[in-house]
Design a binder for this molecule. Structure first.
Ligand code: PLP
Length: 234
């Protein structure tokens, strides 16, 4: 994609975020745009970073490392968020990357333990989100909605994790009412945790298809790929 198109896509998404925030009487400043650059070149990340995108997301460790290396060589230091299913044997590579700023996809106790252990080895405290399988989709990872509080209680004591909030990936649905209802349920769980268990700062929900609805329902991070980068080619 051409540089002008990337930048104009970014500006369009930014404008839509503002509009959705206004509709919900929210301050647009409290909503972070995570540009999901998977399957796209490091050059596109460089262009968008220069244009003012502050956060980028990747879902595969190797791809993330390769892109990051290219950018670091050019002196470009990106704030990366890891958003994919993370295999435990890959955690060590991620924790070595100083500019991997958040893991949004903590989806099991075993993974949480491994991340905690590797973070400790690297003498760092890593911000994390717990992934919730809100739609109880068999093809997706994540903690079941009714188990979120117990799960948080278990990982709360892990000293090298900083639990920042919750994340969810919904299935592709045409039914915006249905999507809205899942987002509402996520917000309910989030508020319940904040009131009764621990303070949280981030609710990561909404992708190209549904980020405006997610913002109306309380998202603080939206993860947008195709609306910025165009369709992914595999
Ligand atoms: C790919 C991906 C996205 C972005 O999806 P788009 O439909 O391209 O906006 C968001 N979150 C996760 C976890 C993803 O894997």
């Amino acid at each position: 994609m051409e540089k002008e198109d990337l930048i104009s896509n970014f500006k369009k998404v930014q404008a839509k975020i503002k509009k959705a925030a206004a509709l919900a009487n929210r301050d647009p400043q409290e909503i972070k745009l995570l540009a999901v650059s998977k399957n796209h070149y490091a050059e596109a990340v460089e262009i968008l970073n220069e244009a003012g995108v502050s956060y980028f997301g990747e879902n595969r460790v190797q791809e993330l490392e390769e892109k990051n290396e290219k950018l670091i060589e050019k002196g470009i230091d990106i704030d990366w968020h890891f958003i994919g299913h993370l295999q435990r044997n890959k955690v060590k590579y991620l924790m070595r990357m100083e500019n991997c700023q958040m893991i949004q996809s903590i989806d099991s106790l075993r993974l949480a333990k491994e991340v905690n252990k590797r973070a400790k080895k690297n003498e760092r405290i890593i911000p994390v989100l717990v992934e919730v399988n809100m739609a109880k989709d068999e093809n997706k990872f994540g903690i079941m909605p009714e188990e979120v509080k117990d799960f948080l209680k278990q990982i709360k004591e892990f000293e090298n994790l900083k639990i920042e909030g919750l994340m969810t990936i919904l299935p592709y649905l045409d039914d915006s009412q249905k999507l809205r209802s899942y987002f509402k349920q996520m917000k309910k769980i989030y508020d319940d945790v904040c009131e009764n268990l621990m303070p949280l700062n981030e609710l990561s929900m909404g992708m190209t298809n549904d980020y405006q609805i997610a913002i109306e329902e309380g998202a603080t991070i939206v993860r947008v790929g195709r609306a910025i980068f165009g369709e992914r080619e595999y």
